[in-house]
Design a protein around this ligand. Structure first.
Ligand SMILES: *Cc1c(COP(=O)(O)O)cnc(C)c1O
Length: 387
C-alpha cells in the first residue's frame, strides 16, 4: 500500500491571528446573534477599500447577485446578459427571478466578456425589441474585464451593469478597484476565494437608496412596527456578526494575499513559461490582476497531453487542479438560451474550457508543496515529450 503525500488544494482558506482576535471579541461581547458592530464595520471598511458610497454584507455572493438583479427590477420574462465563462452562481440568480439569460463570450486579451460580442448582442436586442434589463460582467480568476468599452456600451444603450467581482477583490483596472465599475459590484467570501469568512458576500454601490432596499429585503423585509409587519417578500440573506469579524481580519491581509498570489503565479511562469504549447492567462497592461488562481492553457498537440488528462495526473499525486470553468452556454441547465460568440467564426470560451487548467494557488502552500506540483507537472509534460 502506498501512502499518498498530503493533499495540495487548489485554493484553501488562509486564516491568521487577527481573525481569531476579532472573533474572540465577538464572542466575549456576546455579539454572536445576527448582525452587530462587526457587520457595520465590515461594510464601512469594504466600501472604503473598493471606493463606493456604500456596501451591504450578505450571506453569499450569490445572494448579492440576486439582490442586485432584483433591485434593478429584473422579473419574469426579462432578458439579462451574462458572461458565459464563469461559475454557475453568476447566472443562477437570473433564473431565480424567472428572467432569461443571454450569454456573452470572452475575448482573448483578458478571457473576460468580449466587448465586440456584447456590441453585437446589444444591437441585435434593439432589432428584436428585447433590450436586456441588466448586464452581468464577470472578472475571471482575479482579472478585471475591459471595463472602458463595456461601460461605454452599457451607457450608450442605457443598460445597468452588475460587476461580478467575486474572484477579483484586490484587483484594479486603470488604477481603480475592481468591483467599483458597475452600478453594483458583487464580492464573495466563500472558502476558496482570496479572502474568506467561510461563507459570505458583499454588495457595493454608490446608489445608497438601492442598498437600503437590499438591506431591508435581506432581513426578511420587516416594516417598521412593534409587531412583525410585512408588505413585501423578504429573504434571510444577511451576514452574521461572527463571520463579519473574520472578514475584517481577512481584509487587513488582502494586500499581502494579492502579493503572494502574484508571486505564486510568477513562480509557475518562470518554471513553465517557455514550455512549448503552454500559455499563461494574460494580464492586461491597464490593470492589476489579483492572480486568485494561476491558470494556463495546454496545447495538446505540442504537449501531448490534454488539460483534462493533466488534471487527472495531478490528482494521482494528491494535487487538486481543475479545468477552466465550463461555459454557461454549454451547460445542460442553460440549453436553448441565446449565445453570442466573440466573432462569427470563433468561440473563445470553448477553447479556454478545452485547454485551460487551474493550478494550486493557495497562499499557505509551502515551497515544498509548490515543488511537488512542479515535479508532478513536469511528469505530465515530460511524458508528452517522450511520445
Ligand atoms: C464564488 C463565485 C460566486 C458565488 O459566490 P458565493 O459566495 O459562493 O455565493 C459568484 N460568481 C463567481 C464568478 C464566483 O467565482
Amino acid at each position: 500500500m502506498s501512502l499518498l503525500p498530503k493533499k495540495v488544494y487548489l485554493s484553501p482558506p488562509h486564516i491568521g491571528d487577527l481573525e481569531v482576535e476579532y472573533v474572540k471579541e465577538a464572542f466575549s461581547t456576546n455579539w454572536v446573534a445576527p448582525l452587530g458592530p462587526h457587520v457595520d464595520a465590515f461594510e464601512r471598511e469594504m466600501a472604503e477599500y473598493v471606493g463606493t458610497k456604500g456596501a451591504v454584507a450578505l450571506s453569499s455572493g450569490t445572494a448579492a447577485l440576486h439582490m442586485a438583479l432584483k433591485v434593478l427590477g429584473v422579473g419574469t420574462g426579462d432578458t439579462v446578459f451574462c458572461s458565459t465563462l464563469t461559475f454557475v452562481a453568476s447566472a443562477n440568480p437570473i433564473l431565480y427571478l424567472q428572467a432569461l439569460p443571454v450569454f456573452i463570450d470572452s475575448e482573448p486579451g483578458t478571457w473576460n466578456m468580449s466587448p465586440q460580442a456584447l456590441e453585437r448582442a446589444l444591437s441585435e436586442s434593439v432589432k428584436t425589441g428585447r433590450l436586456p434589463k441588466a448586464v452581468i460582467v464577470v472578472n475571471l480568476y482575479g482579472q478585471s474585464a475591459e471595463m472602458d468599452p463595456i461601460t461605454k456600451l452599457c451607457k450608450a444603450y442605457g443598460i445597468p451593469l452588475i460587476e461580478d467581482a467575486a474572484e477579483s477583490l484586490g484587483a484594479s483596472y486603470k488604477g481603480r478597484s475592481s468591483g467599483s465599475f458597475g452600478d453594483f459590484g458583487v464580492f464573495s467570501f466563500n472558502g476558496n476565494k482570496i479572502i474568506t469568512t467561510s461563507g459570505g458576500g458583499m454588495l457595493v454601490s454608490d446608489d445608497t437608496a438601492s442598498l437600503e432596499k437590499v438591506r431591508h429585503w435581506s432581513t426578511q423585509a420587516r416594516d417598521p412596527a412593534r409587531h412583525y409587519e410585512h408588505s413585501e417578500v423578504g429573504y434571510n440573506y444577511r451576514l452574521s456578526n461572527v463571520l463579519a469579524a473574520i472578514g475584517r481580519g481577512q481584509l487587513q491581509t488582502l494586500e499581502e494575499r494579492v502579493a503572494s498570489r502574484r508571486q505564486i503565479f510568477e513562480k509557475y511562469k518562470a518554471r513553465f513559461g517557455d514550455h512549448p504549447g503552454i500559455k499563461f492567462m494574460p494580464e492586461a497592461p491597464n490593470g492589476r490582476s489579483n492572480r486568485w488562481l494561476t491558470v494556463m492553457t495546454i496545447d495538446p498537440t505540442l504537449c501531448g497531453i490534454s488539460a483534462a488528462d493533466c488534471v487527472d495526473r495531478l490528482a494521482q499525486d494528491n494535487i487538486e487542479a481543475r479545468p477552466v470553468w465550463k461555459p454557461m452556454h454549454l451547460q445542460p441547465l442553460f440549453r436553448g438560451y441565446e449565445y453570442f460568440a466573440h466573432s462569427e467564426q470563433t468561440s473563445v470560451s470553448d477553447d479556454l474550457f478545452a485547454n485551460g487548467i487551474c493550478l494550486p494557488s493557495g497562499t499557505n502552500m509551502s515551497d515544498d508543496d509548490l515543488e511537488r506540483v512542479f515535479s508532478s507537472l513536469d511528469g505530465c509534460l515530460k511524458r508528452a515529450v517522450n511520445l
